[in-house]
Every structure is written in structure tokens, then in C-alpha cells.
Design a protein around this ligand. Structure first.
Ligand SMILES: [Zn+2]
Length: 568
């Protein structure tokens, strides 16, 4: 490839809306262009990187025995209704109607479609199976942003395992876990496997692969001492026990004029510190008004509430809904004496007494509240968000919250889909047995963006050799005949040795060509300049370190081929 024929529209400035480094650099360096919010065109350099990421994923999937498919991306609504997810996916799913008014969806994931194919499995002898595809998915994100990190249309590898029993699933899950670790290693991403919520995917166990990165949207609670790590949607911590002083025999009302917050009540005379207050949230959980109570100094994690209730949608109740249900406004709400509403309590409140909370009358609170005695708790759950510095649940060392990008997610689905789609095979005794499934995802574009996000410097992108758009650029300082002859001969020989090389033969100033090569992030540059050439030498520069050395024209091909092969 000659740069003079390449379409690489580099820009001096990043787009104004680029918050993430990867977004800014991929646009500036001419890899991607936005068509509309959340939808990007991959330009030739972007597509080259994309294909290299996909090739690594494909190799590792093939190595664990995966068989590649390509399924449709437009699905009939009926198949999603069969699994129940037509209703539970909510607004995140793109839906449309065809000319006959048939309802359709654009695929957000493919459990349903692969399950339909799997109905043709009939005997345990055909199991296990691992099926995968690399294909487009659609998600109607509320706020697409950060370039390729959060989009509405994206390429993903999704695979599915089909086994006769849970031991088989464990094996397929472990094989994927190991394959993902190899994939991230080859992408030079320091991804850590963490415990995660299974969310809308269903099933009972999942592991996310998280890459520490400021542009991420997830927080992982991590213990540096024992290695415990979990998404805050799932993480717990050990709380020091609180001893409550004996309280009164029954709750006491007291006036709290203009006191509206937990914080205000901590300094109000007769109030209480936050850990001795009950925080009362009024939530609408799948259309049912519900009280959610936590310790005053704790925050609700909404995903935990979703997981605990199995709900599809939750939202905070509006002021009018709250007033008509409880007779008071936020700031004076509490669970004491509430009848007819479900009350979900966080585990940290278990056994607590002598606590303070709102009286469900504006400007009044109650104290001396004993949870067990005074509150009709419908169910208990771990709902609180873990914060930095709390104790590790395993070893009690302090936890640290790390901002991360989710680079992959693997799920044990169990028999959820077998039940919905009547997936069963005859076992060795001839009895019908439900198929046990797993589901495993890794975003191609997102991983490309995550590599860009974590591999760059002031001059631009610094791709690892494994996914760089080109491994080597040959840059001519002057395009005189001697320089061009030397450049073309090195170029041809490197191509012959299967090095992915581009020849920057543009009639431009050397400084411009160097800056472009750095911005684009090509790992190695061979510079052909008249001065060195007179001594039968060329310059070799490593993008990452910026180090330059002279190499003889006769040795450069061997040296570069060896360097590239070692780094692949
Ligand atoms: Zn620990």
C-alpha cells in the first residue's frame, strides 16, 4: 500500500464533542467519522484495525472449538415474545414494522435466534456445541457518546454454548474465560475478570472483563490485598457492626421544622448521625409503588434493586405520587406504620434499633425506631452501593473503586432458554433433558476504542503491533530517484516477508509525514533520507519510545521482520 493512494483524512483539531481520548484521536487520525449520534463509518484505517481485532477473536474462538455462523440481524417480534424479552428489553431495543405491519426488532443479542437453531439438536451425542458469529448489533442508547465506546450500532462477537449438564457449562465457561484472557493479552489490554450482574441476560452467574480507563462507565470495587474484584452493581463490603443504644418502648414523634435532608438532621438537636437514620426512597418498580429503605449514609445501587426484584423497569416516584401515597413530601418520609405498600430493606438495616426517620408528615420525624418491631419489611436485599475505603468482604482490607470499560462479558444462562424454546435432547438413557446454555460477548469496535484509549501519547495513537493499521511505515524524506529506489526495494522485500507495510511516498514535507505517521500510530518507521543513504544506512524509529537508530540498508529487512514478528 502506498500512502499517496490511501484515504487518511487527518485533522488538526478533534471534534468539539469528543470527551474520550479515543474518540478524539480516532477522528483526528482519520479512522472513523460519525454519521449520526451513535453510528460511525469506519474509514480504511479504522476498518483495518477492526479486522485485526476480529481476526484475533476469531482465532481464539476457533481454538476452543467454536463454529462460526452468521445469523440475521432483523428478527420477527414473535421470537422475542416467546422468550419474554420483547417486553423486558424496553426502550433499548430498536423496533420497526414491515409493509405488512409485521413487528420486527433489530438484534441486540442473539440468544433467541441461536436457540431457534438449537431446536434441531436431538441427542446428547451431538453435545457439546459452541456456536459464534461476528456481526452487527443495535442498541437504542439514551446517550450515545465517547466515539466507539458507547454506540447504537456495533460489531460484536457473540458465542453460545450448549451442554447436557451444568458440569459441561462450567467447562465451556472456563474455556471462554481463558480464551478472553488470551484475547486481551494479544490486544495488550490489562483486562481483569470481575463478578458482575447478569442484568437482562438472565442466568445466575457472570464475569465481566474490565479495563481500567477514565473514559469507562463502570466502577469496579477492587481489593489489592486478596484480589477480590466486582462491579459495584454486584460488589459487597464488610461493614463494621454498629451497636445501637437501647431505645424507647415505642417510637417518638418530634418536630423538625424545615429539616429536609439526612445531612440536616445530623446537626439538628434531637437528630441523629447519618448511620443512625433510615433513608426512605419511593420507587416505582414495574408500576408498583414501593418503599426502599437503607441506612442514612448509604446510597442505592439501582442495578442491585433490579436484580433483587427481577423487575424490568424502575424509576423514582414523582412528588405527587409520593404525596398521595404517604401524605408527606420527600424529606419527611419514613417506613414506620406504612401499610399496603411493599417495603424492601437493605441488609445493613437488619437488627438495627433506636433509629430516626421521617414521620410521613411534613416537618416531623420519628426516633427510637426498631426495624423489626416498627417496620413491616416485605423483603431484604443487598441494595447499597459500595464506596471506596470500605472493607473487602473477603479479607477486610480497604476496597478501591476503579473506573473501567467493560471489554467483554460472559454468562452462565443455565436452562432459561431451554425452557422458553423447548430445547432438549435425549440423554444416554433416552430421557429428554433440557439443554444448558452459556452466552459470551466481546465488542469488536469497543475493544478497538479501548486499545486506542489506553495506547496513546501527546503525538497521537500508539497501536500495539497486533492490531496496528500497518505494522511498519517507510517514509521518504525526499522523493529523489535514489531514495525512491531504496524505499521501494525495502518495501517490496518486507511485503514478501508478510510484514504489513505502507510506503509513504507523498510529495510532502518530511515533518508532515512524520507527524501523520505518529498521529496514526504505526509502531515502526523506516526513514529513508539522502544523508544516511550516502552511508548506505536508513533510520529505524519505534513509535512508542521515540527511539531512533541507524541500520544498514542490507540489514534493515531482517531486523524489521524479526522485530515485528517478536511483537505480534
Ligand atoms: Zn480482600
Amino acid at each position: 500500500m502506498r500512502w499517496s493512494n490511501l484515504f487518511v483524512p487527518t485533522l488538526r483539531e478533534a471534534p468539539g464533542d469528543a470527551e474520550a481520548v479515543s474518540h478524539a484521536l480516532l477522528v483526528r487520525a482519520g479512522f472513523i467519522r460519525q454519521l449520526h449520534a451513535g453510528h460511525y463509518s469506519l474509514l480504511p484505517l479504522g476498518w483495518r484495525v477492526h479486522n485485526k481485532v476480529a481476526a484475533i477473536v476469531r482465532e481464539e474462538m476457533d481454538a476452543l472449538g467454536g463454529q462460526e455462523f452468521l445469523l440475521p440481524t432483523m428478527h420477527p417480534a414473535s421470537i422475542w415474545k416467546k422468550s419474554g424479552r420483547w417486553d423486558t428489553m424496553g426502550e433499548i431495543m430498536f423496533r420497526l414494522n414491515d409493509r405488512r405491519d409485521n413487528e420486527m426488532a433489530l438484534g441486540i443479542t442473539h440468544e433467541e435466534i441461536f436457540s431457534t437453531v438449537a431446536t434441531e439438536l436431538t441427542s446428547y451425542k451431538e453435545l457439546p456445541q459452541i456456536w459464534y458469529q461476528i456481526q452487527l448489533k443495535f442498541r437504542d442508547e439514551a446517550r450515545p457518546k465517547s466515539g466507539l465506546l458507547r454506540v447504537r450500532e456495533f460489531s460484536m462477537k457473540d458465542s453460545y454454548s450448549f451442554d447436557i449438564d451444568s458440569a459441561g457449562l462450567d467447562k465451556a465457561f472456563e474455556a471462554h474465560r481463558e480464551a478472553y484472557i488470551r484475547i486481551f493479552d494479544r490486544l495488550k489490554l490489562s483486562a481483569m475478570p470481575v463478578e458482575a450482574s447478569s442484568g437482562a441476560m438472565g442466568g445466575n452467574s457472570s464475569v465481566e472483563f474490565m479495563v481500567p480507563c477514565d473514559a469507562g462507565e463502570d466502577d469496579v470495587a477492587r481489593c489489592d490485598s486478596c484480589g477480590y474484584s466486582a462491579n459495584v452493581e454486584k460488589a459487597t463490603s464488610a461493614l463494621p457492626a454498629i451497636e445501637d443504644k437501647p431505645g424507647p418502648d415505642q417510637v417518638e414523634r418530634f418536630a423538625t421544622p424545615d429539616i429536609r435532608t439526612i445531612e440536616q438532621l445530623t446537626t439538628f438537636e434531637g437528630g441523629a448521625e447519618a448511620s443512625r437514620q433510615i433513608k426512605t426512597l419511593v420507587m416505582v418498580i414495574d408500576d408498583e409503588l414501593t418503599l426502599v429503605i437503607l441506612r442514612g449514609d448509604h446510597q442505592l445501587n439501582e442495578q442491585k434493586l433490579l436484580d433483587a426484584t427481577g423487575a424490568v423497569a424502575i424509576r423514582q416516584a414523582g412528588a405527587d405520587e409520593i404525596l398521595s401515597a404517604l401524605g408527606a413530601r420527600p424529606g419527611s418520609l419514613g417506613p414506620v406504620g406504612v401499610e399496603g405498600l411493599k417495603i424492601i430493606a437493605d441488609e445493613a438495616l437488619r437488627g438495627r434499633s433506636n433509629m430516626t426517620t421521617g414521620a410521613n408528615e411534613d416537618d416531623w420525624h420519628v426516633r427510637g425506631v426498631s426495624i423489626e418491631r416498627d417496620v413491616t419489611v416485605s423483603s431484604w436485599a443487598d441494595l447499597r452501593q459500595v464506596t471506596s475505603g470500605e472493607q473487602c468482604p473477603l479479607c477486610e482490607a480497604p476496597l478501591r473503586l476503579v473506573r473501567c470499560v467493560e471489554a467483554g462479558h460472559i454468562f452462565k444462562l443455565g436452562t432459561t432458554y431451554a425452557e422458553k424454546f423447548d430445547l432438549s435432547v435425549a440423554n444416554a438413557e433416552g430421557a429428554q433433558t433440557p439443554i444448558v446454555m452459556g452466552s459470551y460477548g466481546i465488542g469488536i469496535g469497543r475493544n478497538m476504542a479501548t486499545v486506542a484509549e489506553t495506547h496513546n501519547d501527546d503525538n497521537g495513537l500508539v497501536w500495539p503491533v497486533s492490531v496496528a493499521p500497518f505494522e511498519v511505515v517507510i517514509t521518504t524524506v525526499k522523493n529523489d530517484e535514489t531514495s525512491m529506489n531504496a524505499a521501494v526495494s525495502i518495501y517490496e522485500e518486507l511485503k514478501r516477508r508478510r510484514v504489513d507495510v505502507v510506503l509513504d511516498d507523498r510529495n510532502a514535507r518530511a515533518g508532515v509525514k512524520f507527524a501523520d505517521a505518529e498521529l496514526v500510530g504505526i509502531p515502526y518507521r523506516i526513514t529513508i533520507g539522502p544523508r544516511a543513504l550516502k552511508e548506505n544506512e536508513v533510520e529505524f524509529t519505534e513509535r512508542r519510545s521515540g527511539e531512533t537508530s541507524r541500520i544498514g540498508v542490507d540489514q534493515v529487512v531482517d531486523f524489521v521482520t524479526g522485530t515485528v514478528n517478536d511483537a505480534r
